[in-house]
Design a protein around this ligand. Sequence first.
Ligand code: FMN
Length: 317
Amino acid sequence: MKSPDLAVHWGPLRLSNPLVLSSGTHGMGEDGPRLFPPEILGAIVSKTVTVDPREGNPPPRVAETPCGMLNSIGLPNPGIDAYERDVHPRLVSLGVPVIVSIAGFTRDEYRTLAARVDRLESVAGIEVNVSCPNVERGGMVAGASPGETLAVLEAVTGETDRAVVAKLTPNVTDIVEIGQAAMEGGARMLSVINTLVGMSVDVDRRCSNLGVMTGGLSGPAIHPVGLANLWKLAKATGAPVLGGGGVVSAEGALAYLIAGASAVGIGTATFVDPFAPVHILEGIADYLERHEFASVTEVIGSLAETQADLSFPEEAC
Ligand SMILES: Cc1cc2nc3c(=O)[nH]c(=O)nc-3n(C[C@H](O)[C@H](O)[C@H](O)COP(=O)(O)O)c2cc1C
């Protein structure tokens, strides 16, 4: 039997397979992808870049939790000038579609970053990280408000014709409302989920395990949350959505695809197993062969929904 076709479309992007290396989980591309042939990835998302260089938060910035990890990295990055000069060429040399992640602390900064990335060569897309506090709005995270999400996406898409992805935070009441606002603002694709706010305490020292008290939870613990957010968003908006959060196995990736994801993000898994993308991709191919699917696209959105009315029943209360 012919090997199954692993190629997918995520909005306007054609990826050789559904695996996308998530922002911030491979540094600036120096290490991770060197461990395995980068071409086994469908795409790579850069660490989020800001206008000015940032050192990030004081240590400790990472803490392990049951089935996950907390980070309070705080967007350390060299800023857009050094990104353009040093980082982008390195990512492009991997030979994989590069999506550049940007975050601004004001709408103007988003505009500036979009214009700067727009003029770079070999950019497959721009991922807009809306989890950044807006200093003009009292530190409110843009992605927590549909109005601000709309404004940020309009600011970005006004500066570029590149494929724009809105990467959403799960730390909201209704992610569907935010996703709809992002699409209205000109996003072509969505991506879920960024990390969940979390905290852990060292009981002997009676202090937080992180230097800035709280951080973002990632890893297997958040897989069910990411999956529910992905399913709701894909179903309600019809947008091409990348699903991620907690994928450490082929089954975890397939669950996102079956629930309607166009592509799958891999992040924290690579901290535990640097070869995770290789194993996950092999597992997906093996699953497709076993179930006699000719293409991974046959699996996308194939979730059986037995309830007649799926208007998102209230969670048990
Ligand atoms: C150490 C670390 C740094 C991260 N940095 C970024 C970042 O710069 N921009 C961003 O959009 N997401 C960032 N993320 C979030 C990941 O891209 C991903 O959305 C999240 O970790 C959930 O996926 P996972 O459980 O597979 O890691 C970071 C995550 C970790 C663990």
